[in-house]
Design a protein around this ligand. Structure first.
Ligand code: HEC
Ligand code: HEC
Length: 358
């Protein structure tokens, strides 16, 4: 089982390394004043631009943005990200590091952090829904799912236009209190397509109705957005058949499921680990064009796991078949849109492994 685990770890590590640079680096040799700036450069500027000018991520330096949100909103956004959108979560930064980045983002504009009451906003969500369709849906999507794409498109001039963020997003709803949402609507964001609601001809009661409608997305999205990591990262089964027969069985099971073997690989066959005896390993890659194109359409990073891969190992007289559990892809890529595809893939793997070993 070891080599497959190692392989899996290499993939997982290189993935998280592109999103977040090792924490070890961020905690050593601190220069107190510059820590926030350095962490920002390391984790955020590739998307949000130097000094929060915007890029793949929305601009963070705008007066109206910093005037609409408190530091808690910024910190929570860093921690939680926006599941299913491009904004990643940063679970490994320490609280101190998140706070330093937050303060650095706050320093992009001279205005003070706004203070909000914790009063919930009372409005009529049904009226809000109607207003939303009339005034907001063309940019934020019919269900608040956000524009296709994110941030500032590179093919357009900086700042304008910026694509609308997702509002029905668990990360957003967990970060923004009612009053934060209300302030965002009241102020709008000058220099972005988001106008203030009074400029759209709406009154305070309309704003309250819209806030209650946006808040109602929380119940809508809650069950969709809970992303559970599966208990086992690797699917394993012991085979009662010989090594050669098990390899044949896997190929047969792949064909039985309407898929084809794409290629095969012999890894370390005949290599002897000291004290561990001989280890034989055979890897079968399988799939169909449909499966690969579906996977890539859900998330281009699925290219790392497609075509599918099953490893047959002989070790210490036992034959085992193993595969990385597709159910972890959703959490690995922080992309809820992958969950149905990952479940489907999980079933295919389980069927093939079961057919080949029983
Ligand atoms: C891979 C790109 C990417 C990285 C890295 C990234 N972000 Fe984001 N961020 C985004 C995108 C895109 C959005 C807009 C969310 C949407 O479209 O729904 C966003 C949204 C935000 C928001 C909410 C902005 C608003 O208008 O409410 C904040 C705050 C934020 N990011 C801060 C950060 C910080 C701080 C870091 C570094 C710790 C960071 N982000 C790293 C892409 C990124
Ligand atoms: C013309 C397109 C457009 C329309 C119409 C529009 N918005 Fe926006 N909205 C945006 C953009 C773009 C942003 C991001 C601005 C930025 O860079 O901070 C945004 C930001 C927001 C935010 C802050 C979200 C966040 O992650 O910080 C809220 C809340 C919001 N809009 C609600 C609404 C509501 C409610 C309506 C309808 C009354 C509406 N918007 C109409 C484009 C639009």
């Amino acid at each position: 089982m070891k080599p497959a685990l190692v392989l899996l770890c290499v993939v997982v590590l290189s993935l998280s390394a592109c999103a977040q640079v090792e924490r070890a680096e961020t905690t050593s040799d601190r220069d107190e004043d510059a820590t926030g700036a350095r962490l920002y450069a390391q984790h955020c500027s590739a998307c949000h631009g130097n000094y929060g000018r915007g890029g793949v991520g929305v601009p963070l330096a705008l007066e109206d943005f910093l005037g609409s949100v408190n530091n808690q909103y910024i910190s929570r956004t860093i921690r939680l990200g926006r599941p299913g959108r491009v904004m990643p979560p940063f679970p490994r930064l320490t609280d101190q590091e998140v706070q330093e980045i937050t303060e650095y983002v706050r320093s992009f504009h001279w205005a003070d952090e706004p203070i909000f009451s914790s009063e919930p906003v009372e409005g009529d969500p049904e009226l809000g829904a109607k207003l939303f369709i009339a005034f907001c849906a063309r940019c934020h999507g019919a269900n608040g799912e956000g524009g296709a794409g994110t941030g500032v498109s590179f093919s357009r001039p900086t700042f304008i236009p910026i694509l609308a963020p997702a509002l029905n997003n668990a990360g957003y709803l967990a970060s923004a209190t009612d009053q934060v949402i209300k302030r965002s609507l009241t102020l709008g964001r000058e220099r972005t397509p988001m106008r203030s609601l009074s400029a759209m001809g709406l009154r305070e009661q309309n704003i309250n109705d819209l806030v209650s409608y946006i808040r109602s997305f929380e119940t809508l999205s809650a069950d969709r957005v809970v992303m559970k990591r599966p208990a086992n990262a690797v699917l394993v089964r012991q085979s009662p058949y010989s090594y050669e027969q098990t390899i044949e069985n896997i190929k047969q099971a792949v064909a039985n499921n309407g898929l084809s073997v794409v290629r095969e690989e012999l890894l370390g066959e005949g290599i002897v680990d000291p004290g561990e005896g001989e280890r034989k390993q055979h890897v079968i890659y399988f799939g169909s064009l449909q499966m690969i194109s579906d996977g890539l359409a859900h998330d281009p990073r699925m290219g790392l796991f497609l075509p599918g891969k099953i490893t047959i190992v002989e070790h210490a007289g036992k034959i085992k078949v193993l595969a990385s559990n597709p159910e972890q892809y959703t959490t690995l890529f922080n992309n809820i849109a992958l969950s149905d595809f990952a479940t489907m893939l999980h079933e295919i793997y389980q069927t093939i492994l079961a057919e080949a070993t029983s």
